[in-house]
Ligand binder design. Structure first.
Ligand code: DGT
Ligand code: CA
Ligand code: CA
Ligand code: ZN
Length: 574
């Protein structure tokens, strides 16, 4: 996913929101929203395109292409600056509250003169919102929750944003003469779902040239602190990046230290102390003599503590030290183990790539199987019909002939309605190779109803996978409230897999829930939920999340050979 695509998509989204609140025409705002998806999902880097090539992107018309061109040329777009200037900064802050949205923010500003988050919270506490049309006690709770979500997310960024940046930096620094190793550490190496800052580690006898190259990177907005061994910068987008340069012989100890987590490191340091050793970022030392014992590789560091090497995704002090001591660390699922993707979309619904392109990308990834699962009709805006679905099935069957090594599965993503029913009855459902079923509406149902709803979906013999089970959007929508114990039991009992949705703003199920579900004997599917050919590669984030949930290959149905998978998909069907 190219960074400039994301930047432009964010800019267009902001414009669409601004248009919505300034009462601009709705049609225009919609057009911008469509362009947002097209640009975000575009298969190449749009920074290299001229106006004509930009216009060739479906959903990008002349005026949008011109604005994108203007952005690349001048770094800003006048039309957007103008609407921005018409809206007070405080109101723009309100717009960002996920559960409020641009229109309601504008309404509150207009009717009550609210122009900051503090004023909004205050107004809610004084029940002043209730006099405004369309606001009631429930909306108030929702808004407060949104404010909370926003504050929790703080300045952390989604993992893909940090990863794209980190990989760019690592590539740049690794090319510097004298740099013998370079990698990212910290929460990113542990694949946490959000990242506070990026930690980069490099090895060089002489740190100077690496430090200089770092400060000179294009993405540097400001240097926060610079020293001989450590430099911290803030990128032009506001994310902090710390670089440490260590001598090559201290690489292992430094990598272990800066990978963290803090909790894990406290445990390893205690273990060292008990053994009469001292563990620091420079190595393991004998306390009495002060002699350096080991430091060059992480394996050596762990071995000296009497432990096997512990994968970074487990280093959260959640029992990994004890498991390592017993030599019972799980053999974690890896990206190479994934044989196929079981939840993907095409431009027949809200995807931006054609069926042909999606399948070609899957084949190029070396997948053994691949499921096309476009949205079912109850998600009305996707305009699906029985006929369209059947026609797509024909297309899928025809396309299959071109890919002898890839088995194409025809599926759908059903909508679990408020009562736990799905879009079609058994006769039509029986025609699919597999069905994902997800919650796409009534997100705020009370716990009991939500639990019953999800359990009923599991009991449907045609539902194979519960898609993005908690429906959360990181920093934007809270998870649904359900009794997860009951859901996990239902999954295990009925042979329904839980999805680990790899989309970086979902990562749903999340790590802790995965660990918990695994204890119930639940199986999982790590899916990309791709809406573009560029999204298939995001499966790495799902795999990282699965690792954080201690999953092995056997826990994940889309690592299985096709024959075993097919048996699982038959579920309770007649
Ligand atoms: P983040 O940046 O909030 O996403 O999380 P981390 O884990 O990347 O935390 P960060 O950047 O503050 O530090 C990177 C690693 O360096 C951390 O995981 C462990 C190590 N570290 C940093 N400060 C300390 C400390 O005060 N004590 C210990 N034991 N380790 C530290
Ligand atoms: Ca960090
Ligand atoms: Ca840091
Ligand atoms: Zn979905």
């Amino acid at each position: 996913m190219a960074r400039s695509n994301d930047e432009v998509a964010a800019l267009l989204q902001e414009y669409a929101d601004l248009l919505a609140i300034t009462g601009g025409d709705r049609f225009k705002a919609r057009a911008y929203e469509k362009a947002v998806r097209a640009v975000a999902g575009y298969h190449g880097d749009i920074a290299g395109l001229d106006i004509k090539q930009l216009r060739a992107i479906p959903g990008v018309g002349k005026s949008i292409a011109d604005k994108i061109g203007e952005y690349f040329e001048h770094g800003s777009v006048q039309a957007i600056e103008e609407v921005r200037a018409r809206i007070p900064a405080g109101v723009r802050q309100l717009m960002a509250i996920p559960t409020l949205g641009p229109k309601k923010a504008a309404q509150l500003h207009h009717d009550l003169g609210i122009s900051s988050i503090e004023e909004l919270v205050d107004a809610i506490h004084h029940e002043r919102l209730r006099d405004v049309k369309g606001f009631g006690p429930k909306t108030e709770q929702n808004i407060l929750h949104g404010v909370e979500l926003m504050q929790q997310a703080g300045d952390r960024v989604l993992i893909n944003v940090a990863m794209d940046l980190a990989e760019e930096i690592v590539t740049g620094l690794a090319a510097v003469t004298g740099c013998s190793r370079c990698t990212y550490a910290g929460s990113l190496r542990r694949f946490r779902e959000t990242i506070g800052d990026i930690d980069i580690l490099a090895a060089a006898e002489n740190p100077g040239p690496v430090m200089k190259a770092f400060r000179d990177l294009d993405l540097v907005g400001e240097v926060i602190a610079g020293g001989e061994k450590k430099t911290s910068i803030r990128t032009t987008k506001g994310l902090q990046v710390d670089l440490r340069v260590v001598p090559p012989q201290a690489w292992g100890a430094a990598l272990q230290y800066f990978t963290g987590s803090k909790g894990h490191n406290i445990r390893t340091r205690e273990m060292a102390v008990h053994a009469g050793l001292k563990l620091s970022e420079y190595g393991i030392f004998d306390v009495e003599t002060g002699d350096l014992i080991v430091s060059e590789t992480e394996e050596e560091v762990y071995r000296r503590l009497g432990l096997p090497w512990i994968p970074p995704t487990l280093r959260e002090d959640r029992g990994e030290i004890e498991a390592a001591q017993r030599d019972e660390l799980p053999e974690l699922v890896t990206e190479r183990d994934i044989r196929g993707d079981l939840h993907t979309h095409t431009d027949l619904t809200d995807g931006v790539s054609s069926l042909e392109d999606m399948v070609a990308t899957a084949a190029a990834r070396g997948y053994a199987y691949y499921a096309v699962t476009d949205h079912a009709p109850n998600l009305v805006m996707q305009r699906m019909s029985d006929d369209k679905m059947l026609a797509q099935r024909e297309q899928v069957r025809e396309l299959a002939a071109r890919y002898p090594k890839l088995t194409l599965l025809h599926g759908t993503e059903l909508n679990i309605d408020a009562d736990g029913e799905v879009d079609w009855g058994p006769d039509f459902l029986a025609g699919f190779d597999l069905c994902v079923a997800s919650v796409h509406s009534s997100f705020t149902q009370p716990r009991e109803q939500m639990t019953r709803r999800l359990v009923r979906a599991c009991e449907n013999p045609y539902v194979n996978i519960i898609g993005h089970p908690t429906a959360r959007l990181i920093g934007r929508r809270p998870p649904v409230d359900a009794d997860l114990d009951e859901l996990f039991r239902a999954c295990a009992r009925t042979g329904t897999a839980l999805e680990i949705n790899s989309f970086p703003d979902r990562l749903d199920l999340r790590d802790e829930h995965i660990l918990w579900a695994k204890q119930h004997g639940v199986k999982f599917a790590i899916n990309s939920d791709s809406h573009s050919t560029t999204h298939l590669a995001a499966i790495r984030y799902g795999v990282g999340t699965a690792q954080r949930g201690w999953l092995t290959k056997d826990d994940v149905i889309n690592t299985w050979p096709l024959s075993r998978l097919k048996k699982f998909l038959r579920k309770g069907r007649a």
